[in-house]
Design a protein around this ligand. Structure first.
Ligand code: SF4
Length: 458
């Protein structure tokens, strides 16, 4: 999609309000223990089709203050190795409940800092997983998040051996003042060496993650960050809007909030980012990703096959996601299931021969319809109304009369177009895609007026 976006700051600032990022629908706030362990097991036992496996390695040496991930900070090696033993047992228990011949088409190591583990430990986890899950597609997307400050050749050799073909490097910002404030000092040269190492091993897709909206960032400082990121020539760039949720994450309270850029500055940064990266030959994909036109994500948009899940955007949308490790989330057509966040409970569950499942949600028919619309909007910036009507046997205009009414305000200012066949979000409207998806969310009313539910959309 070509972005001739010119942001009208006044118009956009008024949309700066709390809203979900829709990595799931319903959002994780709706997960509860009403979705029982037995139900989850029966979904695993009856599941069919391809698998996407996620393993969470939660450990980090020290806190980056902006971080919203589920992290355990430690410098004790025995903690890391102990966790591997439990992970292996969790994989064994899982294998008792799932058809392990199902094809694995996607795998992701997330964290924490996966490369806080030594090469032989990463190898041990992968070998154990492959011993249980034996049917890996030759086309599988195998990816890992890497902190360039913790990355060496031995680890890269292990990743190459196990067929990793996608690496995401965490950068956030190159400005020394910003890096100091966010407690993540990572000189450019370290990132460059990490990217060069991955290139040496012919990694198919190299991604760099940046964040805008961090303390002390300005348009000028971010321009420089973008140029440095561009000089690494990544295949994809993710440029995330910083989610400031200090009521959930204590380390975010360390920021002097007056140094966080205003919505106006953030929008200027976003506008510049879009203009700069598109002028450099990247295309905007979904809410916060940019990719080279030859990237498969870009091809997927035109075919309406781009999907969104917990790891971002993907072309492998139909797979049943299995989450392994502390806090990880699994997703099936009719459910989400999340593991416990508490290490002690995690270990106890596994010792008793159970999966460390804690909570989740079984989707109602209404949830499934709304999920389909929201995810299509988030991924493809459009809704094919006819498809939704045929797939779910509903009259779209009647079923979503409230949502369509709420979208009139966006239509009035040309941020989207609604016809009988489709909803199409205009390039400028894509910047407000979270706001545009919210009217389809049946749970939003519960959080109306609550400032402490989600991060701000702008
Ligand atoms: S940003 Fe990455 S390295 Fe930093 S605390 Fe979060 S998970 Fe750990």
């Amino acid at each position: 999609m070509k972005h001739n976006t010119k942001i009208d700051l006044e118009k956009f600032s008024k949309y700066s309000k709390p809203g979900p990022r829709y990595t799931s629908y319903p959002t994780a706030l709706e997960f509860s223990d009403k979705f029982s362990y037995d139900k989850y097991i029966s979904y695993l036992q009856n599941g069919k089709g391809p698998l996407s496996i996620y393993i969470h390695l939660p450990f980090c040496r020290s806190a980056c203050y902006f971080c919203g991930c589920n992290v355990v900070f430690t410098s004790k090696e025995e903690k890391l190795s102990r966790y591997i033993e439990y992970l292996k047992k969790e994989i064994d228990i899982l294998a008792e409940h799932i058809d392990t011949n199902r094809e694995v088409i996607q795998f992701h190591f997330g964290g924490g800092t996966p490369t806080y583990y030594k090469a032989f430990e990463l190898d041990e986890i992968m070998k154990h997983l492959k011993k249980r899950f034996t049917n890996w597609s030759s086309e599988a997307e195998v990816s890992v998040e890497i902190d360039p400050r913790f990355f060496n050749r031995d680890q890269m050799i292990v990743f190459a051996k196990h067929g990793f073909n996608r690496i995401s490097f965490g950068v956030q910002d190159f400005d020394p003042a910003v890096q100091k404030e966010i407690h993540r000092v990572q000189p450019y040269d370290i990132t460059k060496q990490a990217v060069d190492l991955a290139r040496e091993f012919d990694i198919e897709s190299i991604n760099t993650d940046l964040i805008y909206g961090l303390p002390y960032q300005s348009l000028d400082s971010f321009k420089n960050t973008l140029q440095l990121a561009r000089s690494l020539d990544p295949d994809r760039l993710a440029v995330f809007n910083y989610a400031h949720v200090p009521w959930l994450k204590k380390t975010m309270r360390k920021f002097d909030e007056t140094t966080i850029p205003s919505p106006e500055v953030k929008l200027n940064i976003l506008q510049y980012t879009i203009d700069y990266l598109t002028s450099e030959g990247y295309e905007m994909i979904g809410m916060d990703h940019f990719a080279k036109p030859e990237d498969e994500l870009f091809g997927a948009i035109s075919k309406g096959e781009l999907h969104r899940n917990f790891q971002g955007y993907t072309t492998k949308g139909g797979a049943n996601l299995i989450g392994i490790g502390l806090t990880s989330i699994g997703e099936g057509k009719r459910y989400y299931a999340q593991n416990t966040k508490d290490m002690h409970i995690y270990e106890k569950a596994i010792e008793s021969g159970k999966l460390p499942f804690e909570r989740g949600i079984e989707l109602s028919d209404d949830d499934i319809i709304r999920k389909s619309v929201i995810m299509e909007l988030m991924a493809n910036f459009a809704v094919d109304i006819k498809r939704v009507e045929e797939e779910f046997d509903i009259n779209f205009a009647e079923y979503f009369s409230d949502a369509l009414k709420a979208l009139e305000e966006f239509e009035d200012v040309n941020l989207l177009k609604i016809t009988k066949e489709s909803i199409k979000v205009e390039p400028t409207g894509t910047l407000l895609i979270r706001n545009i998806a919210m009217p389809f969310d049946a749970y939003m009313n519960k959080y109306a007026g609550s400032k402490k539910s989600f991060s701000k959309t702008v």
